[in-house]
Design a protein around this ligand. Structure first.
Ligand SMILES: [Zn+2]
Length: 451
C-alpha cells in the first residue's frame, strides 16, 4: 500500500518518525474535539475553545503507541491518561515546528509536504486518498501554505504576511501549516519574524522548514533550538532507480543510468530520464574536460558554461514572467480612468517596478541553480577520475564518460584528479559567497587545464 510517504526514497527512519508524529497529532485533535464538546476535559482545560496550548496538551497526550489502542480518547467517556514525563518518548509526539535537513534532492520538501498531508488527512495518518491528503499534495489545501523563495532570499515582508496568516484558525478544523522551502534563504529580519511565531506558536499552527543542514549558516541557532530535526540522507542510486521505474514508468536501464548520473538527486534523475534537453546540457558539460587544451580554450569553455546556464534559466522563467506581466497589466488596465486615476497610475508604476525586481531576482536564482547543476555534473567526472586513479571499488557517477575519466586518471594520477575536483568544489563555494559567476568559472577552468 502506498500512502503519502510513498515518494520518500530510502528514508525509512524519517518516515517512521513522521508517522508516529502524525498519529500523535491525530490523537491530539480527537482530544481537543472532546474537550470542545465538554466531555473528558483535562484538568484545568477551562478556556472557551479548550485548546490554547498545544505543548501542554501534547505533554498530556504524548504517547509513542498506536492512537487506536483500546481505551484511547476515541471513547467519549475516556479519561485523560496521567501525564508522566519520564515515560514519554521525545521522538514520538507531535510538536509545532520541524526542520527537514538533507542534501539537495534527498526529498526535504517531499517529506515536508507528505507530513503536511498526513496532518490534514481525515483518517489521521496520511492515507493518500482522502480529500485532506489529496488537496495538500496537490497544493490546494486552504490551510497549507507553501513558501518557495523565487529570489535569492525570503524577505521580511513576505514572512510577516505569512506569520500573520498562519495565526488564523484552520478552516478545515485541523492544522494551519506553513512549509518553508529553502529556509536557509531567509534574510536575518525574516528569520526574526519567523522566530517570534515559532517561540509563541498559535495553538494550531505547524511550521515545517527545509534546509540543507542545521549549521548556523543555514538556520539560526535560536530557531533550531525550537524545532525538531528530521534528517534525511542521500538516497542510494538503487532506491532512486527503483522509484523511477515504479512511479514514473521509466525503463529500468534508463532509470539506473539516470539515478547514478544524478548522484542521489531524485528530481534530477527524473529530469535526466525524461527530458532530452536536460541530457544534452549534461553532455555539453561533460565535454568540458576534453576541450581544455589551452588558455584560450579554458576561457571559451567558461563562456560556454555561463551562457548555457543563462539560456537554460531564461527559458525556465520566460513563460511565468510573461504571464505575470500580462496579469498585472490587465489588473491595472481595469479602472484606469476617472477620479483617482492619477493616484492609480502612481501605484501602477510602483507595482510594475516591484514585479520587475522580483522577476530579476528570480532569473538570477535560476541562473545560479542551472550553473550549480552543471558544476555538480563536472565534479562527478573528476570524482570518477579520482576513484579510478585510486582503484577504489566504487561505481562511476557518469558511466557514459567512464572511458574519458579513466584516461584522465592515467594522465593526472590521484593527486591531479583531486586538485581538479577541488577546483570545481571551490568554484561552487565561491559562487555561494557571491563571487561573480563568470570570474569563479574562469578561475576554475584555468585550474582544470593547468591541474
Ligand atoms: Zn488521508
Amino acid at each position: 500500500m502506498t500512502d503519502v510517504f510513498g515518494d520518500l526514497v530510502g528514508q525509512g527512519e524519517a518516515v517512521a518518525t513522521l508517522r508516529r508524529a502524525a498519529a500523535s497529532a491525530a490523537t491530539l485533535l480527537r482530544a481537543a474535539t472532546l474537550v470542545a464538546a465538554g466531555t473528558g476535559a483535562p484538568a484545568g482545560g477551562g478556556d472557551p475553545d479548550g485548546y490554547d496550548d498545544l505543548d501542554a496538551l501534547a505533554e498530556q497526550f504524548d504517547e509513542p503507541g498506536d492512537p487506536d489502542r483500546p481505551g484511547a480518547t476515541g471513547d467519549p467517556g475516556a479519561t485523560v491518561p496521567p501525564a508522566d514525563p519520564t515515560s514519554a518518548d521525545p521522538g514520538a509526539g507531535m510538536t509545532h515546528a520541524w526542520i527537514f535537513t538533507g542534501p539537495p534532492g534527498s526529498g526535504r520538501s517531499v517529506a515536508a509536504r507528505a507530513f503536511a498531508a498526513a496532518l490534514q488527512c481525515v483518517h489521521g495518518t496520511g492515507c493518500g486518498r482522502c480529500p485532506g491528503c489529496h488537496t495538500t499534495l496537490a497544493g490546494t489545501h486552504a490551510d497549507v501554505r507553501l513558501v518557495v523563495p523565487e529570489g535569492l532570499s525570503i524577505g521580511v515582508g513576505e514572512m510577516r504576511v505569512l506569520v500573520l496568516r498562519a495565526a488564523s484558525t484552520p478552516s478545515g478544523g485541523r492544522w494551519q501549516i506553513v512549509i518553508i522551502e529553502d529556509a536557509d534563504r531567509l534574510t536575518e529580519a525574516a528569520g526574526n519574524a519567523l522566530l517570534k511565531a515559532v517561540e509563541e506558536p498559535p495553538p494550531r499552527t505547524v511550521f515545517l522548514l527545509c534546509a540543507p543542514s542545521t549549521h548556523p549558516d543555514d538556520v539560526s541557532v535560536t530557531i533550531r533550538s525550537r524545532c525538531r530535526v528530521v534528517p534525511l540522507r542521500q538516497p542510494p542510486a538503487g532506491a532512486v532507480a527503483e522509484v523511477l521505474v515504479r512511479r514514473d514508468g521509466i525503463a529500468p536501464d534508463v532509470a539506473e543510468w539516470a539515478a547514478a548520473a544524478a548522484q542521489g538527486h531524485v528530481g534530477r534523475a527524473r529530469r535526466l530520464a525524461r527530458d532530452p534537453e536536460a541530457r544534452q546540457r549534461r553532455d555539453a558539460v561533460l565535454a568540458v574536460p576534453r576541450r581544455l587544451t589551452g588558455v584560450g580554450a579554458a576561457f571559451d569553455a567558461a563562456s560556454a558554461l555561463i551562457e548555457a546556464a543563462e539560456a537554460e534559466a531564461a527559458a525556465s522563467v520566460a513563460e511565468v514572467d510573461e504571464a505575470e506581466r500580462a496579469a498585472l497589466q490587465t489588473a491595472l488596465g481595469a479602472g484606469g480612468t476617472g477620479r483617482g486615476a492619477a493616484g492609480a497610475m502612481r501605484g501602477a508604476a510602483g507595482q510594475l517596478k516591484d514585479l520587475e525586481k522580483r522577476q530579476k531576482s528570480r532569473a538570477t536564482r535560476a541562473q545560479r541553480d542551472a550553473l550549480d547543476r552543471a558544476l555538480v555534473d563536472l565534479a562527478g567526472f573528476y570524482r570518477d577520475a579520482l576513484t579510478m586513479a585510486l582503484r577504489a571499488p566504487v561505481a562511476p557517477v557518469h558511466t557514459d564518460t567512464a572511458t574519458l575519466a579513466a584516461a584522465g586518471a592515467q594522465k593526472w594520477d590521484a593527486e591531479g584528479s583531486l586538485r581538479r575536483l577541488e577546483a570545481v568544489l571551490e568554484c561552487r563555494a565561491a559562487i555561494e559567497t557571491n563571487v561573480k559567476p563568470r570570474i569563479a568559472v574562469e578561475a576554475m577552468m584555468l585550474s582544470l587545464w593547468r591541474g
